[in-house]
Ligand binder design. Structure first.
Ligand code: 5AD
Ligand code: SF4
Length: 482
């Protein structure tokens, strides 16, 4: 996107049409920033603190893209001119962490009166939370939600221009705004939204209330974005949606997720395709076929099970039983023996008995997960589960959680061992955090490997011998004969 903002008439009226309207406000903010930069004799800076899932991280890339177009430069810490918190509310402790950190911002703002503080994301979609920020955290200048992140420049301009606090949270939207800027953390891999929202209403989950109903992007828009990324040097893409298996159902011309994958696969330059998240109830045979016959789709499926107890799965409104889930796993393994399956599990859902929990341990062993994200059930007000009888006492939940972690670890370790000694293709991603002489990369199945190599391999797909399985990761060696 090469927009010449200097050519936009910022003294005229704001266009009604998007994305032109936001481009106009980016130009207006740029103008204000340039004036301030001259007065201060330095660039203005921004910093983001993002909580939660891939969706939120993707949203932050878009917000950062807008801020960079406006002229802000990234800062190393919260001591910056524009700071925003992109919040998560899927579990209670995420909220607690946000409020815990907000306090520190107040001290920075005392030092820097120019500082603008914004809050956005899922927590702000909850009326109570947005109200709390309005009443208690008076130093927060801008509050917006998940449906209008594209409006950041307009909201910022309003705030800078009026010197007042700006609150704009939408209850819902049908809009999908294309062609706005986006920043990317990695040059060689990128996330691409394919749909927004969720229609499933699992009984414990707040996502459908804060992210709204399912909306799919048009396949042409998705393919165009992937083509553009490929031209920029991206080799791996992650297609993002709360429930990718129901992609395309609500489009004017419906398209299945499997069909979308086929289209994306044709883009030259893209070598790896990942996607997240799959709901077991919507995973089609067509998708299994497309995955199995593809050279680009990675051998990894994240397939949240949540519980192994069919009784609890019904109360969770998941729409499958333990047996149905396991037969799906069998089908997947028959089609792709080398597929890694990972999952999400909730412990302590209301009414969970020891027998229910045993079923969960059993499904972990039978499904042979490569890894699992395990969560302690968190009561979210407004969801049906919050009103259910039999909330499980904390000590029982924690004790079960520890037992689950142990079994997940054992199963993963066993799985990992199977690839020991093999040579696999690895996307080299970054310098190892713990040892700067090592590179951290990922196999097609999403496992992590650390191996000695020159940083110049970063962004490339290279053969690595998996010398030692270490539970959730490998220590490897670059295969120079490969
Ligand atoms: N409590 C605990 N975990 C939850 N998740 C969603 N809602 C809750 C909740 N109320 C978990 C699910 C989901 C993952 C993203 O978060 O396992 O798959
Ligand atoms: Fe939440 Fe269920 Fe939708 Fe996932 S599928 S976002 S767990 S409601």
């Amino acid at each position: 996107m090469n927009i010449n903002y200097d050519q936009i008439d910022i003294n005229g009226p704001a266009p009604e049409q998007e994305p032109q309207r936001q481009q106009y406000f980016i130009a207006k903010c740029r103008n204000l920033l340039q004036i301030r930069e001259k007065e201060l004799g330095r660039k203005l800076t921004f910093f983001d603190q993002t909580f939660g899932c891939q969706m939120n991280f993707k949203d932050s890339e878009k917000l950062n893209g807008i801020l960079e177009e406006i002229g802000y430069v990234p800062a190393e810490s919260e001591d910056a001119d524009f700071v925003y918190y992109n919040t998560c509310t899927v579990r209670e402790n995420a909220n607690v962490r946000v409020y815990g950190r907000l306090g520190t911002l107040k001290t920075y703002k005392k030092k820097n009166p120019d500082m603008v503080i914004a809050m956005c994301g899922c927590m702000m979609q909850e009326e109570e939370e947005a109200q709390k920020v309005r009443d208690v955290y008076k130093f927060v200048d801008i509050v917006f939600g998940t449906h209008n992140i594209f409006k950041l420049a307009e909201l910022l301009f309003e705030c800078l221009d009026s010197k007042r606090r700006v609150f704009d949270v939408w209850e819902k939207t049908d809009l999908i705004i294309e062609d706005l800027p986006s920043d990317r953390k990695f040059s060689f891999k990128a996330g691409v939204n394919i749909m927004f929202g969720c229609n499933n209403f699992c009984s414990y989950c707040i996502v459908p209330y804060v992210r709204g109903r399912e909306r799919s992007r048009k396949p042409q828009d998705i393919v165009a974005e992937v083509e553009k990324l490929a031209k920029e040097g991206v080799v791996e893409i992650m297609l993002l949606g709360q429930n990718v298996n129901s992609y395309g159902k609500n489009l004017e011309e419906p398209v299945t997720f499997a069909e979308l994958l086929r289209m994306v696969e044709q883009v030259d330059g893209i070598e790896r395709i990942r996607f997240m998240t799959s709901h077991p109830k919507d995973l089609s045979d067509e998708l299994i076929e497309v995955m199995a016959s593809s050279k680009k789709i990675c051998r990894h499926l994240h397939l949240p099970v949540q519980s192994g107890s069919s009784r609890l799965l019904k109360l969770m409104n998941r729409k499958y039983t333990k047996e149905q889930y396991l037969s799906l796993v069998d089908k997947l393994r028959a089609a792709m023996p080398d597929l890694a399956i990972t999952t999400d599990i909730i412990v302590g859902f209301p009414g969970e008995t020891e027998e229910d929990f045993q079923e969960t341990l059993d499904i972990v062993r039978k499904a042979e997960y490569d890894s699992a994200f395990t969560f302690i059930y968190s009561k979210r007000s407004g969801t049906p589960a919050a009103k259910m009888e039999g909330q499980v006492p904390d000590d029982v939940v924690h004790e079960r959680f520890d037992r689950l972690l142990k079994v997940v670890g054992e199963v993963a370790k066993e799985k990992n061992k199977r690839l020991e000694g093999r040579t696999e293709l690895v996307l080299a991603e970054e310098i190892d955090e713990k040892d700067a002489t090592m590179i951290t990369g990922r196999l097609s199945n999403n496992n992590v490997v650390h191996f000695k190599a020159d940083p110049s391999v970063i962004g490339k797909i290279v053969p690595v011998v998996l010398e030692e399985a270490k539970g959730f990761y490998y220590i490897g060696r670059l295969d120079t004969n490969g």
